[in-house]
Design a protein around this ligand. Sequence first.
Ligand SMILES: [Zn+2]
Length: 389
Amino acid sequence: MYRTYKYLLRPYTEQVKSLDFLLWQSRLVYNAALQQRINTYKETGKGVGYGAQWSHFRNVRHDNPDTLGKLNASSLQHLLRRLDKSFAGFFRRLKIGEKPGFPRYKGSSRFNSLEYTYNDGCKLRQDEKGRKSFYVQNVGEMRMCYHRAIPTDAEIKHIVLKRVGERWYVCLMLKLPDTGIHQVQTDQQIGIDVGLKNLAALSTGELIENPHWLRESLAKLRRLQRHASRQVKGSNHQRKTYHQIARLHEHVANQRADFLHKISNRLIAGNDLIAIENLSPRFMNRNRHLSLSSHDAGFGLFRQMLEYKAESAGIQVIAVNASNTTQACSECGSIVPKGLSVRVHACPNCGLVLDRDINAARNILTMALLPPLGRSGQAVTWAVAPCVA
Ligand SMILES: [Zn+2]
């Protein structure tokens, strides 16, 4: 079982300079490697693989000890693999008929992380008082907010140093042994319908409201952006405003994650089976207004949290095809057509009156409990023929 633990670093000014330098060198290599792939293809009609690029840049690194040489060798390998992956993804998507974007050159604002193999140019250290710090080669020992203990039986596989705004974090990828100890069975099952009006509707009848922090912060954000656009380009004042904007974005992301953690923990603790809709992000992002809301509500993050926490707790998360979950009656199965603005499900067949999202959540749970064939959506035939209201 793999988990990522993220810690805030507190580097000194000199250390931040060193980190920025490493990031800058990495970005130059990334762009140069991309250039190399493009040029080689143009000249020879053949691609360059990871292996060839590694031997090329390994030599460049040896010849330039003061610039690229400062970058750890395994970090350089991770970097070239990252490019390799983006090409692999590009060709894979091309093959299945999608329209992927070609891998891009990275500007300084789009390149924010360094990868290391643990124990190779980086290490978690502890002083005699038990304080933890994080050592990185050519940066030094950085203070670290060790807010969460790493389990003693965990193995640190690799690490990512990440710049968010003007802060630095270290993400430790841990391999944890599966203890086989899971939470006590509750015999409860729950269906969840994620929505825009409410973050989630539960089959138990509970509605979890969408806090819409981002929307509130957006007004503030827009004000700041307008302010920045009127400031002298490249001035210190403008730089400060951009800093404020970045901090605000980070703050909102933290609030959102915190809220979703609390809800997902509660849902996992109280149930043995969780049924959710299988929403495609592409569908949600197609509509500009919808995509803002879905981003705001953090659907993808919510599902991720449910899935990995379920794995730890030893419970099941089943994603069902969402077709008909809104229209069908969760009591008798009649199809009750309703537009987007109709918030209440009122069944003319059995007389059930329910919030439309809760009705959908109940349907999602029903579908998850059907034999596996039913989960794909095609095999589900509702008991009663559609009734026309
Ligand atoms: Zn009904």
